[in-house]
Design a protein around this ligand. Structure first.
Ligand code: NAP
Length: 296
């Protein structure tokens, strides 16, 4: 099965690497061409456009930033839709609007091409380790065909129903992620204000009922003052916008998500939102007048 991969950012680079390691013939495209070099050195074939990727692939994966970007690489000039063969499967693994996803799927269906929406969770670490959780919307038959591809990138693959439902599941995931970051951040800030050793606080509470993936993975980074992105603030903010818009459509109130979104808005002011989402702690630290950092 020839696999095409479009979007070699933090996530896409690692996911495409795992596909190559699993033995798939992989064709890659990235808007900033230099990001293709490392993959080509591992054996990937470079392409000049998403259209060219589509012409050479049975399965085409997109992993770009936001809804308009997916629309551009699939439906735009030189997009996938202009080169894709009937019977191929397009898988969008970015986190984008469920409504837009359903519209893109309709346009592809008119060309005899099925689409799966398959957003992921597990962060940069999960992408490198090939242990992502993948939430899939689309037909069961298409999912069966591409399961070996998903197995090369992820560990937990869950079929959520028709196309678009993967994105709705991912929104639920993003609410929980934002709130687990907020929860450990408030705990750390209070600990620092009280003069406790924050490393010890992390050690004491991360294995108990308060523990979370966010606390175990992002907590140590915060304490080291490491705000480099696994997942950029601006991308998490993009996801919270998707969440709040969808919640409004559904008539559902999400007060916790709204608070997390406000804190991300403050964090987004720094370095144009390019810091990691663990920097949600920074506005809380500023309000408390303390910094939760390791004494080591
Ligand atoms: P990233 O490092 O910023 O990479 C974004 C990629 O998309 C880059 O390859 C970029 O190309 C490409 N791109 C953006 N707009 C484009 C356009 N209009 N046309 C063509 N290419 C375009 O972001 P990431 O962290 O890998 O995230 C990718 C997706 O995964 C996002 O939807 C994000 O929400 C989701 N996600 C991320 C994580 C995480 O922990 N990082 C976890 C789960 C899900 P250039 O190199 O040319 O800029």
């Amino acid at each position: 099965m020839n696999v095409g991969f479009i979007g070699l950012g933090i996530m896409g680079k690692a996911m495409a690497t795992n596909l190559i390691k699993a033995g798939f013939p992989v064709t890659v495209y990235n808007r900033t061409k230099s990001k293709m070099d490392a993959l080509v050195a591992m054996g990937a074939k470079p392409a000049g456009s998403p259209k060219e990727v589509a012409g050479q692939s049975d399965v085409i994966i997109t992993m770009v930033s936001d809804t308009p970007d997916v629309e551009q690489v699939i439906l735009g000039e030189n997009g996938v839709i202009h080169g894709v063969k009937s019977g191929s499967i397009v898988i969008d693994m970015s986190t984008i609007s469920a409504t837009a996803t359903r519209k893109i799927a309709e346009e592809l269906a008119a060309k005899g091409v099925e689409m799966l929406d398959a957003p992921v969770s597990g962060g940069d670490k999960g992408a490198v380790a090939g242990t992502l959780s993948i939430m899939v919307g689309g037909s069961e038959k298409a999912l069966e065909r591409v399961t070996p591809v998903f197995n090369a990138m992820g560990k937990k693959i869950t079929h959520m129903g028709p196309v678009g439902n993967g994105q709705v599941t991912k929104m639920c995931n993003q609410i929980a992620c934002a709130l687990t970051i907020l929860s450990f951040a408030e705990a750390f800030v209070l600990a620092a204000a009280a003069g406790l050793d924050v490393d010890k606080v992390l050690e004491a509470i991360s294995g108990g009922a308060a523990g979370s993936w966010s606390m175990s993975n992002y907590g140590p980074r915060v304490l080291k003052g490491d705000f480099a992105p696994g997942f950029m603030v601006k991308l998490h903010q993009k996801d919270m916008r998707l969440v709040m818009n969808f919640a409004r459509e559904m008539g559902v109130a999400l007060p916790g998500a709204a608070i997390a979104q406000q804190l991300l808005s403050v964090a987004e002011k720094e370095e144009d939102g390019r810091l990691g989402n663990q920097s949600m702690i920074k506005p809380l630290e500023a309000m408390a007048g303390v910094k939760a950092r390791s004494a080591k």
